[in-house]
Write a protein that binds this ligand. Structure first.
Ligand SMILES: NC(=O)c1ccc[n+]([C@@H]2O[C@H](COP(=O)([O-])OP(=O)(O)OC[C@H]3O[C@@H](n4cnc5c(N)ncnc54)[C@H](OP(=O)(O)O)[C@@H]3O)[C@@H](O)[C@H]2O)c1
Length: 205
């Protein structure tokens, strides 16, 4: 698949590496062309302006800090419809750093959908640390996700599998707030010195 990655930070680099290893074509762009080029060179992909990154892609990952979402979507032309019909994976955590309280009134994913008219937004990849997708010794994990457009959800499930995860689709994009609260819960416990794994019941499968 042709995958566009908006953002040039830790998660962008990790998923670019993982998906390139799975055989996908990666094009990456952000506000720093130098950082985009560094990721592209590392994974054998391309670097481009965000407007190019979203053009003619099978899927686009929005790997940007919550505070930069609107700027990035504007710079990519997504606020004018450049992502219409494109599966867009939203891994963002709009949480207060070190506390875990959600900052946005709606879910981050639904805000992305508002900002990018016509984009087929899927919430995914927001719960595990970026190195989950690149560590050779990482155990497989379940990736809870949600979205409204069946084809976009199918594409995102494939990308979860390609990164070494097991997709678990919980419903439409209106479930995103719950999935984002789960990340806030985990972050809040971890920063308070508790092991989040010990804070949920072991439920028989
Ligand atoms: N890292 C993880 O383990 C992880 C796991 C799950 C979810 N996430 C989520 O994934 C997203 C990215 O996380 P990250 O760890 O990769 O963050 P990061 O390393 O801090 O990178 C943040 C990216 O956002 C860009 N950015 C920030 N403000 C911007 C603006 N106003 N306009 C354009 N670009 C802007 C940064 O650009 P510059 O480099 O130019 O500053 C950088 O490319 C976040 O929403 C985070 O909550 C991260």
């Amino acid at each position: 698949m042709r995958i566009g990655i908006l953002g040039t930070g830790t998660l962008a680099a990790a998923l670019a590496e993982s998906w390139a290893r799975a055989g996908h074509d990666i094009e990456v762009g952000g506000r720093s062309p130098e950082k985009a080029l560094a990721i592209a060179e590392k994974v054998g992909g391309h670097a481009a302006h965000p407007r190019e990154v979203v053009r003619d892609k099978d899927s686009v990952l929005l790997a940007v800090s919550w505070s930069g979402i609107e700027d990035m979507l504007r710079s990519a032309g997504a606020t004018e419809g450049a992502l219409r019909g494109t599966p867009v994976i939203d891994p963002t955590n709009a949480v207060e750093h070190g506390v875990g309280v959600l900052l946005a009134e709606t879910s981050a994913a639904e805000r992305v959908a508002e900002l990018a008219p016509g984009a087929h937004v899927v919430k995914a990849f927001h719960l595990f640390a970026a190195d989950q997708w690149t560590r050779p010794d990482a155990s497989p994990v379940t990736v809870a996700m949600c979205g409204d457009a069946p084809e976009a959800v199918r594409v995102a499930c494939g990308l979860v599998r390609d990164a070494g995860g097991n997709p678990a689709v919980l419903g439409p994009l209106s479930r995103a707030r719950q999935l984002e609260e789960a990340a806030g819960f985990v972050i809040g416990l971890a920063f308070s010195g508790f092991d989040p794994n010990s804070a949920v019941p072991r439920v028989g499968s």
